[in-house]
Ligand binder design. Sequence first.
Ligand code: ADP
Length: 490
Amino acid sequence: TRMDYRNMHYLRKSAYINGQWVNAESKAVFPVLNPADDKVIAEIPDMDAADAKRAIAAATESFRTWKYTTAKDRAAILRRWYDLCVKNQDHLAEIITAEAGKPLAEAKGEIVYGSSFLEFFADTARHINGEVIPSPWPNKQIMLTRQPLGVVSVITPWNFPFAMITRKVGALLAAGCTCVIKPAEDTPLTALAAVQLAEEAGFPKGIINVVTASRKNAPIVGKVLCEDANVGCISFTGSTHVGKILYGMAAKGVKRVSLELGGNCPFIVFPSADINHAVEQAMMAKFRNNGQACVGANRFLIHADIFDAFVEAFKNKIMEKCIIGPGYKAGVTCGPLINLEQATKVKSLVEDACGKGANVVIGGKPAPKHGTKFYESTILTDVKPEMKIYGEEIFGPVAVCHKFNTEEEVLEIANSTRTGLGSYVFTRDLGQAFRMSQKLEFGMVAINDGVLSAAEPAFGGIKESGIGREGSKHGVEEYTDIKYTLFSAL
Ligand code: ADP
């Protein structure tokens, strides 16, 4: 078969601390599975609190010199890391497809996208400028400089196992910080491969460390990563539930946090929109990574005048484009869900909705002939507030379509959630586009587009979707403190 794990380049089966490939002190291991066929890809160290402390100690020691390196030198190493990731994109993509399940073309897309953060932050490193401010006093001068926060604990999810690391680690390294990464238990192999390339790029030992752990050990490792006195910042992407736990632990030490949490993104289509374009973008916003993205469209809010036309075109596009199967097979566009927990959740959300009167336009059930974690690409209509799927983040290939009549009504529905990550609006009415940009309570608003992530803009949410921004110069500033120095008696 295509997936011969023994021949996989950059498949590393150890954790990485202080420049060494290491086992857990306890020697414990856990398996990493291919979600397409449930086969074990590798067994890797199941680390615990002692290992996490060891990694933090290495990152702390290396910070003592790393923080005094020049931005130019840090930029050069980041740039080399970028080059190596791009050069090895096929190898990295194979690992992503094996452990995360996404189709190879999408996995490659993630490498290109994820690497772009390293390239961008290599440039940004050299523009972390300070300020000299006119002072209110004669013979005194005020200077503001940006200082790196220190050791950053990086805890990442499985849905973009490469990009969620590069956009944090690229930024914090540019700022002059060091880090300990705890990758998701479902997808640690991508992180280890990326760090192998970082080693080749020339990062000194201890600057980047990776502690691998099973779901069982994640809480004890997470506690150390949040509470150790030498950690300056916790940078997390994942569920709102876990984000709140980490935020609570970080509070004890008044640590800086950067949190990218769940979304419940609306995808709004007004009557003036180009329906074919909206449907094409809907395919990206909903079915990229099989719906497993925090900026994935979760609620389709479609104006009543075009509701039937939109749903019909959406259904036809799904029949044409959604091809279910293992990610390494040519032509496949929809892989498995990541694990049984997610597959079960999607199934039960749809069952609950159908039991309470929702209408299945297409799909609506698992696809067991492909494996245990596959689910049909689905559209539901007639969804009501009493159904669980109405308010929850689905994180799967299920598009829920609602009808609305007025701009006020759709704003009310879209904003009536405690989350506020991305939002999508389709309209050709310029005034309406500006009103929506202003009134949608979300960190990000895409007008006439279904994809908004890149290294240049500032990605992030409001309300319970998170704190802080990733990408752009703001993404680097997250990892710095402003230092004020007063020069007196001049
Ligand atoms: P997802 O829904 O994407 O699995 P999670 O928030 O559950 O999101 O997981 C994201 C990351 O958080 C993973 O690396 C996971 O191991 C880690 N994690 C889960 N629980 C904890 C915890 N209690 N402490 C620290 N990390 C945790």
